[in-house]
Design a protein around this ligand. Structure first.
Ligand SMILES: Nc1nc2c(ncn2[C@@H]2O[C@H](COP(=O)(O)OP(=O)(O)OP(=O)(O)O)[C@@H](O)[C@H]2O)c(=O)[nH]1
Ligand SMILES: [Mg+2]
Length: 535
């Protein structure tokens, strides 16, 4: 039996056991809905979801003693890698590492980087940015560089240009001025031109003129991704997103070689020129990565259907990078394994964390990759698969950093990306918008009446958020919250424990019956009625 199938068998039992445990605690009067009151300590959950390198195993020991203290976290986050299995979709760690390590784009290694940033300010025309200012875009570029450990900004400049599509981006005068400035600044290792993507030709021209490595937004963001990638899928997606970079680098190298007549030479006996061999190798690598990703995607699909099958409502938490998504999920679930960081793109993998709503319904919160304005298209493409899960969720929470000067643009950007991802209308219209980091603003008053002010860090406004989430989840999943009268001499109560979420049991001893408060899906309620009331 594959590990995934084992998970399939065990997960309902586990959660059923836990629901019972939570319920028992509730009747003893020490269950409350705040995360401090969780009855499962995180290490126990960890051992429950303990994964060995090639198989998913369950520790029965962790199931035996649940008389726990009530102080710590709950379900630990699961990524696709956590449920690695032994079936034919297994992808070797070494295989992924090899693909990942082989192709570090030359010039952006792990060492110290002293960066000069230049932001081309387009004053008019189709490339002009209408929603933001050059200063704010420069601030974001500085933020990107500062996110990287060994990188520092040595100087920066905003220069206007009427000709951003030219090879040298700037007009003659400004280009000369810029070149002089770069050459006079000591110790620069790279120039970061804050445009989405430089053509291979531009990159070569600029590198020749300035004598240092030239980076664009694509290569910088990719490098951040590379440093933050943990799971196989993230590593493969980054390797795929790097292919265009390698292709243009190859084009540059081959252009240099061609000038010396090297690229067109035939490699002994192969019938291919050196250029053709290089291009073929890159193509082969791309195919290999795509193939490996496809296998992982299949597994993700399986996991998704399992989550659905378990009937846990799924809530995707989305928003601009660094807005506080991970912090919020940590606060809502008490999952101490989550590590929010003041860093762009700290989260690259979709992870799933269980939490409880006021009615004790268990829901799964999905932590997602953050958005960034002008995120290069190819990068979005390779990560959009990661966001595919969002389409299948029951609710989206859109987190906004309300203390950020660009918060309105960030919202526009996030909504645009969601639109491009073709998120179903039902999810767009039920989306809950939260205004996070209100602790940083004195007396925050929102101008948007439907938005919910919170501080994920200070855990303010979370009860109201949980309440709204529950309301939406009940609506979107078609679940009912009902008081059902059961006869205790029948199997009604145990059936409800198995098929629904039992919130409360009020025993009427004289009658041998009980009033049971349950959250139950329409389908399960139909079965209940058929089984026990004959209707
Ligand atoms: N003051 C304050 N800081 C917060 C709040 N929520 C999050 N932060 C801080 O914001 C930074 C980013 O938080 P994360 O939770 O990692 O943000 P994220 O949206 O998951 O970021 P990415 O995964 O990089 O997209 C961290 O330094 C948090 O401590 C809040 O309510 N108030
Ligand atoms: Mg995060």
């Amino acid at each position: 039996m594959t590990a995934l199938r084992r998970l399939d068998l065990w997960l309902p039992r586990l959660l059923h056991a836990c629901t019972r445990s939570w319920h028992r605690a509730g009747t003893c009067g020490y269950l409350n809905t705040s995360h401090h009151a969780t009855l499962m300590s995180q290490h126990r959950w960890k051992s429950v979801f303990h994964c060995q390198s090639r198989g998913f195993t369950l520790s029965t020991h962790s199931l035996q003693s649940r008389d726990d203290d009530s102080s710590s976290g709950r379900l630990t986050g699961l990524t696709e890698d956590d449920v690695e299995d032994e079936d034919e979709d297994f992808i070797d760690d070494r295989e992924v590492e090899e693909l990942f390590q082989q192709q570090v784009p030359a010039g952006v290694g792990d060492g110290q980087q002293r960066i000069f940033i230049v932001h081309p300010d387009v004053k008019w025309g189709r490339r002009k940015q209408h929603l933001t200012t050059a200063e704010l875009m420069m601030a974001e570029a500085v933020g990107l560089v500062n996110t990287l450990d060994n990188w520092t900004v040595v100087d920066k400049i905003i220069l206007s240009t009427k000709t951003p599509e030219n090879k040298k981006i700037f007009g003659k005068g400004n280009f000369l001025h810029l070149t002089e400035k770069i050459k006079q600044t000591p110790g620069i290792t790279a120039v970061f031109v804050n445009v989405e993507r430089l053509s291979a030709l531009s990159e070569r021209e600029l590198e020749e003129a300035w004598g240092v490595k030239v980076l664009d937004r694509y290569s910088v963001v990719l490098h951040i991704f590379r440093c933050n990638a943990r799971t196989k899928e993230a590593k493969l997606q980054i390797s795929l997103a790097e292919i265009p970079l390698l292709r243009s680098r190859l084009r540059n190298e081959l252009a240099n070689l061609d000038q010396q007549g090297g690229g067109a030479r035939y490699i002994g006996g192969s019938g291919e020129t050196f250029t053709e061999v290089q291009q073929r190798l890159l193509k082969e690598r791309e195919m290999k990565i795509r193939f490996a990703l496809e296998r992982l995607r299949k597994k993700r699909h399986l996991l998704r259907s399992q989550r659905k099958h378990k009937d846990f409502p799924i809530i995707s938490v989305m928003g601009y990078t660094n807005c506080g998504k991970t912090t919020l999920i940590k606060a809502l679930t008490g999952d101490s394994g989550l590590q929010p960081r003041n860093q762009l793109f700290a989260t690259l993998d979709v992870t799933v964390h269980a939490g409880q709503l006021p009615s004790r319904m268990t829901v799964l919160y999905v932590d997602t990759i953050g958005f960034l304005s002008q995120l290069p298209h190819q990068l979005i493409d390779s990560f959009s698969a990661t966001l595919e899960d969002v389409k299948h969720s029951d609710l989206i929470i859109h987190v906004r950093d309300i203390s950020h000067p660009e918060t309105v643009n960030q919202k526009v950007n996030v909504l645009n990306v969601l639109k491009n991802l073709q998120i179903p209308d039902r999810l767009m219209s039920s989306m809950i918008e939260v205004h996070n980091k209100v602790d940083l603003i004195d007396n925050y008053q929102s101008s948007e009446p439907k938005a919910l002010p919170i501080s994920a860090l200070k855990e303010q406004g979370l009860d109201e958020l949980r309440r709204q989430v529950e309301e939406e989840i009940v609506k979107s999943t078609g679940k009912h919250i009902l008081d059902l009268k059961v006869n205790l001499s029948t199997s009604q109560l145990s059936w409800l424990y198995k098929e629904a979420t039992v919130q409360d049991v009020h025993v009427i001893a004289d009658e041998g019956s009980a009033v049971v408060k349950v959250i139950i899906s329409a389908a399960a309620y139909g079965r209940y009625k058929k089984l026990f009331t004959g209707r």
